[in-house]
Design a protein around this ligand. Structure first.
Ligand code: FES
Length: 123
């Protein structure tokens, strides 16, 4: 009996201190380009493909977004949690993977683990 090709494995992507909050490291795993973000201390792995028109979404800017507020008031928040696609600017919540404009649209996320200061993607 052969082992299933779909079996998941842990792939090391770097030490925790090598990816600072707001930064991304892009790696190739099983022929997939994957961006690993440090979202205020939480490591989030995202397939580097935008669901809109397949741009390398992980090369986009990480920032915050405007928050719900009363008319005439401008509130900014969630710094480091929002990824903007470099092609058309769609914004994705890195913590939920959902597009801000349409939560039915998502970037694909992969689980991550940290063991002894090394960040792994489970794929
Ligand atoms: S390809 Fe990402 S927003 Fe268009």
């Amino acid at each position: 009996m052969t082992e299933s090709r779909s079996k998941t494995q842990r792939w090391p992507v770097g030490r925790t201190g090598e990816i600072s909050p707001g930064e991304c490291r892009i790696v190739e795993i099983k022929r997939h380009s994957v961006g690993v973000f440090n979202v205020n201390g939480e490591f989030v792995a995202v397939l580097n493909v935008c669901p809109h028109e397949l741009a390398p979404v992980c090369r986009g800017r990480v920032s915050g977004t405007t928050l719900p507020s009363p008319p005439g008031e401008y509130r900014w928040g969630r710094d480091g949690e929002i990824l903007s696609c470099p092609w058309h600017g769609w914004e994705f919540d890195l913590l939920t993977s959902k597009a801000l404009a349409d939560p039915r649209v998502r970037v694909r996320r992969y689980p991550t683990e940290v063991h002894e200061d090394t960040v792994f993607v489970v794929l």
